[in-house]
Design a protein around this ligand. Structure first.
Ligand SMILES: [Zn+2]
Ligand SMILES: [Zn+2]
Length: 285
């Protein structure tokens, strides 16, 4: 498996000189698994990925699968700018969850309504197929499963398994034990998330807030590093990629947060590898 980060920023694009090292585009992760293309989320990072897929294809048809964790703007706003979808020769399947009031496809079409955008979903020449996730999926060589996360609206994490390797994606998520009183409900739900990501070779996870920020943004659906480390520790993950960086956190702040995060890992005597994901970064598994 090869994982490449095309957008690592949460909430809203944050371009500019202060975010140039980690990048300002919103979530998009590409995975090459056994030669097939899997994409998680269609934040603004998917635009450059589209150009790159076209360069690599050199005129041949482009095929792939796109998985949407939830349909908040930062995770879908690049979708209408994903150029391969305009080519009639492209074959793409798009996966997500049924919305609270509408099917997934209608939710995705909503941001391309003429009130917001000049072209409609029907104008995509490739006619992508939309599928609602409803239990485990065998997608070519890969087994894909979902788990509901604790975030406003309907949000899922993804787990991708291929030949004994596992990549999990947990964004956006607020641990149940952080938001709710400690007790049976929180313990049960947090344990279920840990089981879902258990044994991941790579856990792509958000840790958007500092502890001080969390104190004033409780209930907004995001995590602190200490909380997400609890999850990684319980789940015995091997490597974690910090992701969905806060738009207020510039490069120096993210460097400093990573140093603090590594210190917490070593204070707990854990062998978990941890890095802060950067746009353009490639990880081989
Ligand atoms: Zn988000
Ligand atoms: Zn969100």
């Amino acid at each position: 498996m090869r994982v490449r980060f095309w957008g690592v920023r949460g909430s809203i694009p944050a371009p500019g000189p202060r975010t140039v090292r980690y990048g300002g585009n919103t979530p998009c992760v590409e995975m090459d698994i056994a030669g097939e293309t899997f994409i998680i989320d269609a934040g603004t990072g998917i635009r450059e990925l589209g150009f790159d897929l076209m360069r690599r294809a050199a005129g041949a048809p482009i095929k792939g699968r796109l998985f949407i964790g939830h349909t908040h703007w930062d995770h879908i706003q690049g979708f209408p700018f994903f150029t391969p979808l305009f080519l009639p020769t492209t074959r793409f399947s798009v996966y997500g969850m049924h919305g609270t009031t509408k099917p997934f496809q209608e939710v995705m079409a909503g941001q391309m309504h003429s009130t917001y955008f000049p072209l409609q979903l029907k104008d995509l020449g490739s006619k992508p197929e939309f599928h609602e996730m409803n239990g485990p999926l065998q997608a070519g060589p890969v087994r894909v499963t979902t788990h509901f996360l604790n975030h406003p609206g309907i949000t899922v994490g993804y787990r991708f398994e291929h030949e004994g390797k596992v990549v999990s994606y947990i964004s956006d998520h607020e641990p149940y034990g952080a938001l709710n009183p400690k007790g049976e409900f929180s313990d049960k739900e947090d344990a279920a998330v840990a089981r879902f990501v258990a044994g991941s070779d790579l856990l792509i996870c958000e840790a958007q807030y500092t502890n001080a920020e969390y104190a004033v943004k409780r209930g907004w659906g995001h995590s602190t590093f200490a909380d997400i480390l609890d999850l990684a520790q319980k789940a015995e993950v091997k490597r974690m990629a910090l992701f969905h960086h806060d738009p207020l956190h510039d490069d120096d702040k993210l460097d400093a947060r990573l140093v603090e995060s590594l210190a917490l890992i070593s204070s707990r005597k854990l062998a978990i590898e941890c890095f802060a994901a950067r746009e353009g970064q490639v990880v081989e598994l």
